[in-house]
Design a protein around this ligand. Structure first.
Ligand SMILES: [Fe+2]
Length: 296
């Protein structure tokens, strides 16, 4: 069956059909998907059935897959490289309201780019839905290339060449969740990334920020904070945003180098939501934090 691609939003996002992601992909299929992600930034595949081995293999087809953060309560899934985007504890039960992992995960409902708090940040994320709630829990995406294009020339000149500081504890702190030990904090030091980048696959300029980014390097902190808040407000205007309503078997791929995303509320005390994610590393970011990359 031939691959077909249908654009879902005027600026980005496409639905891809005619490919079974559970099977090893041939070079032509990989090339078609890479071209599509470079064009549309977010790809939606319906009706996919992958076990964790197959999800990890899919991730490795598109790059080097780094493990997500460690959590105090341990990891529910077999593979360390698969991020557990669920509301379930290691016993496969709904997490308690005050569960540390739950409170941490609420930070994913802020606009962010996966692993932007890492010395080597995230490139392509692949999120697969095993169980979805009957209402809520959508994931929204914002197109940062289109948002960059829509900036006025003065703003483009202002932000050219700036760097931002990113930390996982910034996004968690925004929600007032600060319960992390010194060793947990020491394991994830702040990193720097450019605020404006050229997206390698498309050659287009793009913003790069999100809720892990706190401020602008070498600017007074509140001034840089305000600039980032303004840019985020601009970039998440509804003309740049697409909402994905999950169905079981959906697999959504997105490019963290040129999009933001956020999860939306759902009744996580009542309904199970089990999504699993792999994310490839953006090797173009390897020179952003040379001392941290060397130490890791
Ligand atoms: Fe995320």
């Amino acid at each position: 069956m031939a691959i077909s691609i249908r654009q879902l939003h005027p600026l980005f996002v496409a639905e891809v059909s005619g490919v079974d992601l559970s099977r090893p992909l041939g070079p032509e299929t990989v090339s078609t998907i890479n071209d599509a992600i470079n064009t549309y930034a977010v790809l939606v595949f319906h009706g996919q059935s992958l076990d964790d081995d197959q999800l990890l293999a899919l991730g490795r087809t598109f790059g080097s897959v780094a493990p997500p953060r460690n959590h105090r309560a341990g990891h529910r899934l077999q593979h360390a490289e698969i991020a557990d985007i669920s509301n379930l504890n290691v016993k496969n039960e709904l997490r308690a309201r005050d569960d540390h992992r739950r409170l941490d995960g609420l930070g994913n409902q802020l606009w962010h780019s996966d692993a932007s708090f890492r010395p080597i940040s995230g490139a392509i994320s692949m999120l697969h839905a095993h169980v979805v709630p009957p209402a809520g829990g959508d994931t929204q995406f914002a197109d940062l290339r289109a948002a960059y294009d829509a900036l006025d020339d003065e703003t483009k000149a202002t932000i050219d060449g700036l760097s931002t500081e990113h930390s996982i504890f910034t996004s968690r702190g925004i929600l007032g969740h600060t319960d992390y030990t010194e060793s947990e904090r020491a394991a994830l030091p702040s990193v720097r990334h450019p605020l404006v980048r050229v997206h390698p696959g498309s050659g287009r300029k793009t913003l790069y920020m999100g809720s892990h980014a706190s401020h602008i390097i070498d600017w007074p902190y509140p001034e840089g904070r305000l600039l980032l808040l303004d840019l985020t407000e601009h970039a998440t205007d509804k003309r740049f945003v697409h909402s994905h309503q999950w169905q079981v078997g959906d697999l959504v791929m997105w490019d963290n180098r040129c999009t933001l995303h956020r999860g939306r509320r759902y009744d996580d005390a009542k309904y199970r939501r089990d999504l699993r994610r792999v994310t490839t590393q953006d090797m173009d970011s390897i020179n952003d934090n040379p001392e941290l990359v060397a130490a890791s």
